[in-house]
Design a protein around this ligand. Structure first.
Ligand code: SF4
Ligand code: SF4
Length: 194
């Protein structure tokens, strides 16, 4: 038993004398330095922006049907399914054809500070009105801006649902009344897939 212990110690000693662990570390570092496929730094936001995969769960979107009618029927199932109770839905009657039924949302809001992005609300929605989109740039300077309302969520999304994602696209900065937005050029063919 003592011999076994002694053999192990000798190997350890040889490794230390020859700096094998140190050399192994240098080889890994060198490999990362010369291989373009291992570059993981994204030049965000000035040059590049990551477009998440379709299954990504980012900020909520409310959607319309092909005729532009709101799919949300204000059934409140999303609010009931939410484990953090961060969705508020107030229904109202509407006969103008705004929605697919006479019951539409007067108020639909979500507090993203309390949201876990678990997707339970999306699963509970019977009309597929509610989807978690791919918008992940949610930082802001004011707690009020973390509450998103129906009108904003009904706007067209910057990344179409059919776009596969999982890529880094070329980005450009756009001045908007709410601050600077980072827009991705989805036509950019030179994309890194991550
Ligand atoms: S993603 Fe989860 S936590 Fe966020 S609103 Fe939906 S159910 Fe609630
Ligand atoms: S988003 Fe879906 S689940 Fe939520 S109130 Fe509207 S229809 Fe119902």
């Amino acid at each position: 038993m003592n011999e076994k212990k002694s053999g192990f110690d000798i190997m350890e000693l040889i490794r230390k004398v020859l700096f094998t662990d140190f050399v192994k570390g240098l080889v890994i570092t060198f490999t990362y330095n010369v291989s373009p496929s291992t570059v993981i730094t994204i030049k965000y936001p000035d040059e590049e922006k990551w477009i998440p995969y379709r299954r990504f769960r980012g900020a909520h979107t409310l959607n319309r049907d092909a005729n532009g009618r709101e799919l949300c029927v204000a059934c409140e199932l999303c609010a009931k399914a939410c484990p953090t109770r961060c969705i508020t839905v107030v229904p109202e009657e509407d006969n103008t054809g705004r929605g697919i039924s006479d019951r539409v949302a007067k108020v639909w809001k979500v507090d993203l500070v309390r949201c876990l992005f678990c997707g339970y609300c999306e699963d509970a929605c019977p009309t597929r009105a509610l989807r978690l989109g791919r918008d992940y740039e949610l930082a802001c300077h004011d707690l009020h801006c973390t509450v998103k309302y129906r009108d904003g969520l009904l706007l067209p999304q910057s990344v179409p649902e059919g776009f596969e994602g999982g890529v880094i696209a070329r980005s450009r900065l756009i001045n908007t009344p709410d601050g600077i937005e980072v827009a991705a050029d989805l036509r950019e063919s030179k994309k890194r897939v991550i």
